[in-house]
Design a protein around this ligand. Structure first.
Ligand code: FPP
Length: 264
């Protein structure tokens, strides 16, 4: 049974007609998204920034559901960067409230659709109740196998790399590893994403063209897609457009077009 038919009726959209099936081939194994533009979306509507984040949380629900339905195995959402701690505390608190609400309301659906929730970042820095809820949700969904939903929370790419270097240094000091044994594959196992493929595609919404300290190591060969749409307006049609664009790309990984797919 394929991923689409395995989903419960409640959360499925109709199975696509055969002519559209190709849309489900060559999908990213790991899709990363920088969800940007909540504030501007709200400002254009004379709403508070918090209203923008609330609408953004609805896009999170829709996009997670769509990714699960079409069979994307890993989805990483940049929900809160380390730099975001500098925002007004009212806004920061509202973001934690939205996250808590999301975790509570979506647990049933995660279980029903075999979605494992994972967090990357310094999650010990989160308010204690949010941390506990997160840890609890991660524990309850740990055996789910169809999809990983990674939430980047209090995340910084540079800090992740520094932490990995510290852990590696510690391992060498304990003589469990020789410095000469450290290569890219070993280094990767010290990152939050150790058991996941690198992102094939990064989507950033709201037209901004920055990486913003997100998955710096992992994005060495990631395809970038910038959508002009603000995150609260980014829904399934916009996701499909981004995936269509990705599917048309030729990924060379530094080789020439002729070498692609052959042993160099
Ligand atoms: C960036 O928009 C968005 C964020 C920093 C927060 C993202 C949070 C959500 C989408 C909602 C809650 C998340 C979950 C997982 C339920 P911005 O505020 O920087 O927008 P702006 O650049 O237009 O000001």
């Amino acid at each position: 049974m394929n991923t689409i038919t395995k989903l419960s009726k409640k959360n499925t959209l109709p199975t696509p007609p055969t002519s559209e099936r190709s849309r489900f081939d060559n999908l990213p194994r790991h899709l990363a998204i920088i969800m940007d533009g909540n504030g501007r979306w709200a400002k254009e509507r004379n709403l508070s920034r918090i209203e923008g984040h609330r609408a953004g949380a609805e896009s999170v629900r829709v996009i997670v559901r769509s990714c699960r339905k079409i069979g994307i195995p890993v989805l990483t959402l940049y929900a809160f960067s380390k730099e975001n701690w500098q925002r007004p505390s009212r806004e920061v608190q509202a973001l934690w409230r939205l996250l808590s609400r999301y975790l509570k309301s979506e647990l049933g659906e995660m279980m029903e659709n075999s979605i494992r929730l994972n967090a990357i970042g310094d999650i010990r820095e989160l308010p204690r109740t949010v941390y506990r809820l997160l840890a609890n949700t991660m524990e309850q969904t740990a055996a789910n196998r169809e999809m990983i939903l990674n939430l980047a929370l209090s995340y910084s790419g540079r800090s992740e790399i520094v932490k990995a270097a510290q852990k590696l240094a510690d391992t060498c000091v304990k003589r469990e590893l020789k410095p000469s044994e450290i290569d890219e594959a070993v280094f990767s196992t010290y990152l939050y994403t150790a058991d996941m493929p690198d992102p094939d595609l990064l989507i950033r919404t709201s037209g901004e063209r920055r990486i913003s300290n997100f998955l710096l190591w992992q994005m060495a060969y990631t395809e970038l897609y910038v959508s002009p749409v603000y995150w609260p307006d980014f829904r399934e049609p916009e996701l499909m457009e981004a995936l269509d664009d990705y599917q048309r790309r030729e990924r060379r990984f530094g080789k020439t077009g002729d070498q692609k797919g052959k042993e160099a």
